[in-house]
Design a protein around this ligand. Structure first.
Ligand code: PRP
Ligand code: URA
Length: 221
């Protein structure tokens, strides 16, 4: 798996990341979701350079212009619920893309007891598509791995791009083992070294789902 860290070079992405991580600014949920969306825009733009392009003739009011446009059938798949704002950023850029959704929630406890449940899947056929699997937090990597395994029940994509905002080193190493091929790309905007006892990324940004949408009850089911 190839890893591309947009945070490793200076760009406006770092300014969005600084706002996302800031405990005071996090009180503004609209700003938090908007920053996830803006990082989705930037990542989607960078990723768009890797697609397959062919020339198309476009008729303007005054003539015809040949413009290279991409031929990939893009599907954006996201992990509910923290992935929603990030997902929207990708859809803004890939406006013809289909969407796929999977639910995954971590039943919180100690790292040893951490359980991840998948109980909802809504996806188009994925055979031959360019699949963008987007989830802002890559902590243990368990949600991303299980989400991918759920999605491929709907077919095997031709290309896989895994898109995250903050990844832990442990999460990256896990995905490297799951996806050893360089054909798979992991895009991130920041890499943090540690996971704490509850498997949160440190320094990270906290609980992305709660910061987008408010706290959730655990143990309801
Ligand atoms: C977050 C995030 C990922 C997962 C990452 O979701 O959106 O799906 O944690 O952790 P992992 O790499 O250790 O699996 P969370 O379970 O907090 O659910 P939420 O989006 O409903 O808040
Ligand atoms: N999920 C989050 O929202 N944050 C983390 O740090 C880890 C998992």
């Amino acid at each position: 798996m190839k890893v591309i860290n947009l945070g490793a070079t200076h760009s406006v992405v770092n300014a969005y990341m600084a706002q996302l991580r800031d405990v005071e600014l996090q009180k503004n949920r609209t700003l938090f979701r908007n920053n996830l969306k803006r990082i989705g825009h930037a990542m989607a733009y960078e990723l768009s350079r890797t697609l397959a392009y062919s020339d198309k003739e476009v008729r303007t009011p005054l003539g015809v212009k040949v413009v290279p446009t991409y031929d990939d059938r893009v599907v954006v798949g996201t992990v509910l619920r923290a992935g929603l704002a990030f997902h929207e950023g990708f859809l803004d850029i890939f406006d013809g893309a289909d969407s796929a959704f999977v639910s995954a929630y971590r039943d919180e406890g100690s790292r040893e007891e951490l359980q991840i449940y998948i109980d909802y899947l809504a996806t188009p056929k994925l055979d031959g598509c360019t699949f963008l699997l987007v989830d802002p937090m890559l902590a243990t990597g368990g949600s991303m791995e299980l989400a991918y395994k759920a999605f491929v029940r709907a077919g095997v994509p031709a290309r896989l791009h895994i898109c995250s905002v903050i990844a832990s080193r442990e999460g990256i190493e896990r995905l490297q083992r799951v996806f050893p091929s360089d054909e798979v790309t992991l895009w991130v905007a920041g890499v943090d070294d540690e996971l704490n006892e509850a498997a949160y990324i440190v320094p990270g940004l906290g609980d992305a789902g709660d910061l987008c949408f408010g706290p959730k009850l655990s143990g309801v089911f």
